[in-house]
Design a protein. Structure first.
Length: 165
């Protein structure tokens, strides 16, 4: 229970910080179930709490008027050169940096993916879609969900009488 609480606290702090500092956040729509099939990574991936991270980030951004954008599952963010947009055919996960065969630009895999996701969010690509805070986009509902405003704690003002418990 202690470890669970520490993880939840870390997730809440991170998602709150991200939602306050950025009006648009871009994430990748990862195949977590497929990643869980790898027995070497399954425990580490399940400990990460990808769904909870996305859920918290989604509702916190919606509450503050921000947007969560999810790149398509098959968008090759790591394999596409951010300089010339050429896609590398084979790029195993063990390769952390690579050089583009077309333009010769050297890329760190993660930084290149971040640049490509940033560029994708600014484009009009059909693979990028805003994500609602309701989480209905994967359920097959054909309508756009309407997000209700977050409930606010109502406190008695100085001119209102307090009710007895």
């Amino acid at each position: 229970a202690r470890i669970r609480n520490i993880r939840q606290d870390g997730l809440h702090k991170l998602t709150t910080k991200l939602s306050r500092e950025a009006s648009t956040v871009i994430i990748e729509d990862l195949n977590v179930r497929g990643m869980m099939a790898n027995r070497h990574l399954a425990r580490a991936i399940s400990d990460m709490g990808f769904f909870e991270f996305r859920r918290q980030l989604s509702y916190k951004l919606a509450r503050l008027g921000g947007t969560l954008v999810a790149a398509g599952r098959f968008f090759a963010s790591s394999k596409t050169c951010s300089a010339c947009h050429t896609k590398a055919e084979v790029l195993p996960l063990s390769v952390r940096s690579w050089t583009c065969a077309n333009c010769g630009a050297h890329h760190d895999r993660d930084i290149n993916a971040a640049i490509n996701l940033k560029n994708l969010a600014g484009s009009e690509d059909l693979k990028v879609r805003p994500v609602s805070a309701c989480g209905v986009e994967g359920s097959g509902g054909g309508t756009d969900p309407v997000v209700k405003p977050a409930t606010m704690k109502q406190e008695n003002g100085p001119d209102q009488k307090r009710s007895a418990p």
